[in-house]
Ligand binder design. Sequence first.
Ligand code: FES
Length: 175
Amino acid sequence: MSENQRRDFIGMALGGGVAFGAVASLIAMKKTWDPLPSVVSAGFTTVDISALQEGEIMTVEWRKKPVYILRMAKDDPDAEKFLGKRNIKIGDAIYTIGVQICTHLGCIPGYESSKKEFLCACHGGRFNSSGINEPGTPPPVPMEIPPFKLIDGGKKLLLGEAGEEYQQLAIKGGK
Ligand code: FES
């Protein structure tokens, strides 16, 4: 092997090594960036709402946040008033869904069914039954509506996926 051939061979070998190293580290980085399968599936929560009675609320955990689903009372004027804006109709019942975190400083408001409103005990924030902040109280905006999709003929909600009903809502709120 001449001196030139030897240099070319060493150059190719080193170049190949560097290229292989670069590919290997890209694969390693990609593995680091990709969420674990458990994290991907943890982003979705299926909730059976079929047993909810009129005026009843349930709270579930979604992505470490409390999410409420309220089957609105028939005598609640906000049910029809905010239909399509904050509320959805399934069959002849109206439901409203929201992240149960106060948009003031992040406390968890409780639902008072007798007053048909959410009350945040931290600083007296109030939201109507559709999750819209009451003027004159500390929360600046409505509670956030999480992306959801109706499945199983409307008996269940899939939290984490933006279905048609979610996309049509006009006021999604949140900070
Ligand atoms: S955190 Fe709810 S009113 Fe302040």
